[in-house]
Design a protein around this ligand. Structure first.
Ligand code: APR
Length: 234
């Protein structure tokens, strides 16, 4: 049974050099959501959408996990912990996190719109590339776009109902359904903690706010929840 659910957002990877979406200088300042992050955008201009995600993939591959990813990786290896991320980078996984749910998909996977095959992606994807399974030129990044259903929602919803602690880390809480997780966890009696650089606009449903950069606040919070790491497990 799940005791602790952690939801992470772009702020977790900000100190690894990956841009957030809605902060000043965020990705949505340079790119309109409706041009690059919807199924209609992909139908209209697949080359542009591939270019956008190819660039994201290159940046994610050159970024390194930070102390917050490593702390959550340690937490994820405890029984009864579920880490859910909205991030499409793989920095939590590369930090050694177990069982991370990538609810908004992952840059290092592609999916064939013709046959549904999912496959690993390391380099760029292009409109004319054939599917490794069926050969159709219908590949897209395995990213959940606006208007699409996030992945593994049933599992997440079940976990939110049993959790005694819910932590939202580095997310602005503006995108549903993730933004509604605090309501479900709070309604089920969980202690709800928000960890954010700047929590001043957050939901009143959180019982506690921890302000500051994730690389400092998250390791301290994880130490508080499961005790300090043995040397060699940082
Ligand atoms: N430490 C902690 N929090 C930080 C840091 C940091 N170093 N830097 C920024 N933040 C916080 C910001 O204060 C902000 O609240 O991270 C949050 C980032 O918010 P968004 O850019 O909106 O990112 P996120 O909440 O993950 O977005 C959700 O929106 O467009 C979609 O699919 C995309 O998964 C994404 C979703």
């Amino acid at each position: 049974m799940i005791d602790i659910v952690v939801l992470t957002g772009a702020g977790l990877s900000a100190e690894s050099g990956l841009r957030t979406f809605r902060d000043s200088g965020g990705l949505w300042e340079d790119h309109a959501v409706e041009d690059v992050a919807t199924p209609a955008a992909f139908r209209r201009n697949p080359d542009l959408v591939h270019r956008f995600y190819n660039e994201r993939r290159r940046q994610a591959r050159s970024a390194q996990p930070n102390a917050a990813h490593r702390a959550l990786a340690r937490l994820s290896r405890q029984p009864g912990v579920l880490v859910v991320t909205q991030n499409v980078d793989d920095l939590l996984d590369r930090a050694g996190a177990q069982g991370v749910i990538h609810m908004h998909g992952a840059l290092n996977r592609g999916i064939c719109a013709a046959c549904g095959n999912r496959f690993a992606v390391t380099g760029d994807l292009a409109t004319a590339d054939p599917c490794p399974a069926c050969g159709a030129a219908a590949l897209r990044p395995d990213i959940v776009w606006f208007g699409e259903m996030p992945q593994q929602m049933e599992l997440i919803m079940g976990a939110l109902q049993t959790a005694r602690t819910f932590a939202a880390i580095g997310t602005s809480g503006q995108v549903y359904p993730a933004a509604g997780f605090v309501e479900i966890a709070n309604g089920s009696g969980a202690d709800c903690v928000e960890i954010n650089l700047d929590p001043h606009r957050s939901s009143p449903l959180f019982h506690r706010h921890i302000a500051g950069p994730a690389t400092t606040t998250v390791p301290a919070w994880v130490d508080e929840v499961i005790g300090p790491a043995a040397s060699g497990d940082r």
